[in-house]
Design a protein around this ligand. Structure first.
Ligand code: AMP
Length: 249
């Protein structure tokens, strides 16, 4: 079974993002970038499937500018076998990414695509669902437990009432949540080995996909500054303030 793992290059989770002065977007100049944290979990899960003899090959894919190759190298250093870089300078929105991924699925014929549940830059939480829709494949989103046996998938997803268990057959799309696993760090020897693993380059045009944007972002703003808190002397004072000042009780 071949597994395709799409990985996105995003602003590092520990960087405080800043909006550009003209409000046209987020300033990414000279900002530390990293693999989307949910995608690290997706790569880890794919590698574990290979280590358990369930997957035979793990292919990482990234859509974006030239530097996305660094993100692919991270996936290769973690243990992916090879990578595909779909090079474009355009900002590709989730529908465009899903269409590119569909083209890769048609070419590569994986039985499973494991994505992050969302990218922490746009927080869209759309690509996996759109891909499953385009392919007509079953999907499980927000997966925090996964078992695959004889082409049968059992996926646990976190819902308000607890864990919902879904069962379906491959081929399928899965998006992963935080609690699925703890991604490994790439060891130095594996980082060196990853430099020799193949990274194929292609473009949306070569795959026959139109990635032009369908959504127009009108303006980006910093969130309002949080007001300083107040220290209260007693529970009674807290309750009084909640009733009379905040008017939430
Ligand atoms: P989103 O729908 O933008 O929140 O992204 C959900 C998931 O789709 C991410 O965690 C990635 O697995 C995948 N994804 C989104 N954008 C890209 C991209 N440009 N390249 C590769 N994978 C992507």
């Amino acid at each position: 079974m071949k597994v395709l793992v799409p990985v996105k290059r995003v602003v590092d989770a520990y960087v405080k993002v800043r909006v550009k002065a003209d409000g046209s977007g987020v300033d990414t100049a000279n900002v530390k970038m990293a693999m989307n944290p949910f995608d690290e979990i997706a790569v880890e899960e794919a590698i574990r499937l290979k280590e358990r003899g369930i997957a035979t090959e793990v292919v990482a894919a990234s859509i974006g500018e030239a530097k996305c190759v660094e993100t692919l190298r991270t996936a290769l250093a973690m243990g992916a076998d090879r990578a595909i870089h779909v090079v474009t300078e355009a900002v590709v929105q989730p529908l465009g990414v899903a269409k590119v991924l569909r083209a890769l699925v048609e070419r590569e014929d994986p039985q499973l695509v494991i994505l992050g549940k969302q990218a922490i830059d746009d927080d869209s939480n759309q690509t996996g669902q759109m891909l499953a829709g385009l392919l007509g494949w079953p999907q499980a989103t927000f997966v925090s437990r996964l078992r695959i046996e004889n082409g049968e998938v059992e996926a646990g997803r976190e819902v308000d009432e607890g864990i919902e268990i879904l069962r379906f057959r491959l081929p399928a799309v899965i998006t992963v949540d935080l609690r699925l696993n703890e991604p490994r760090y790439a060891s130095l020897p594996n980082i060196m080995k990853a430099k020799r693993k193949p990274v194929e380059e292609t473009t949306p045009e070569a795959l026959g996909v139109d990635v032009s944007p369908r959504l127009l972002y009108t303006r980006f703003e910093e969130p309002p500054k949080r007001k300083a808190g107040v220290r209260v002397a007693s529970v009674q004072e807290l309750v009084d303030r909640l009733i009379h000042e905040a008017k939430v009780l």
